[in-house]
Design a protein around this ligand. Structure first.
Ligand code: HPA
Length: 236
């Protein structure tokens, strides 16, 4: 297959930068392009999954929505890597805290992502795979959050296929294993990136807590989101 792909209409691989930020929401991609990037060109609108390329402090970077869940980020990340030559994929999203020491708006950097999904079964592995972040990107991200004094945590997260879980206590088993927080995409992103020998990282902000049932407000979320974007763009 060549470009364009079934889900990305950019007619030439050069229209997408080697580093792509992937928020779940395509309107977040537009927000990042509008507020943080210069010389922006839109490269995708298929299914309204907006994608943009611009520059940040003189460095070329793209940003595109990933959608929600592993099937969706699986499609976009695979096409970006295999047809557009993307080398660094940085998911920026939100998560639900599963540990009492994670406060609303804290940054969570996913070193690894456990999962309840079947996505990784496609690789036919004779055991349990541990999807893992790029150490290079992780190391850089930690240095950036420390230099900016943002509260942060690094560790294992859960990439879940289920948002409305029939068993509302199932997260507690993951929490007992030290898993920090839950989201719905990182495990697939990491597996796809490692399979293709490219770099991936997931940076999240805590939007709610399964422990305390606290929720963020949308205006407060924007500020926390801005801190996370600040870190993610610094990786370009
Ligand atoms: N579950 C799954 N994904 C999430 C959550 C959650 O509680 N919060 C933010 N993303």
């Amino acid at each position: 297959m060549t470009v364009p792909t079934p889900h990305i209409e950019a007619k030439d691989a050069s229209l997408i930068a080697e580093t792509v930020l992937l928020p779940g929401d395509p309107l977040r991609a537009k927000f990042i392009a509008d507020n943080f990037l210069e010389d922006v060109v839109q490269f995708n609108a298929v299914r309204n999954m907006f994608g943009y390329t611009g520059t940040y402090k003189g460095k070329r970077i793209s940003v595109m929505g990933s959608g929600m869940g592993m099937p969706s980020i699986g499609i976009y990340s695979y096409e970006l890597i295999h047809f557009y030559g993307v080398k660094n994929l940085i998911r920026v999203g939100s998560c639900g805290a599963m540990q009492p020491n994670l406060k609303l708006y804290d940054i969570v950097i996913a070193m690894t992502a456990s999962t309840n999904s079947n996505f990784i079964h496609q690789y036919g592995l004779p055991g349990t795979y541990a999807p893992c972040a790029s150490f290079e990107l992780l190391n850089k991200a930690v240095k950036l959050v420390e230099s900016k004094n943002y509260p942060y945590h690094v560790g294992n997260i859960l990439s879940s296929d289920v948002f409305y879980d029939e068993d509302s206590d199932s997260w507690k088993k993951w929490a007992k294993m030290g898993v920090l927080a839950v989201e719905m995409e990182a495990a697939a992103l990491y597996a796809i990136a490692q399979r293709a020998s490219v770099n991936a990282l997931t940076i999240l902000t805590v939007s709610d807590s399964l422990v305390t049932h606290e929720l963020t407000t949308s205006s407060e979320r924007q500020t926390a989101f801005t801190n996370m974007i600040d870190v993610a763009l610094g990786l370009a």
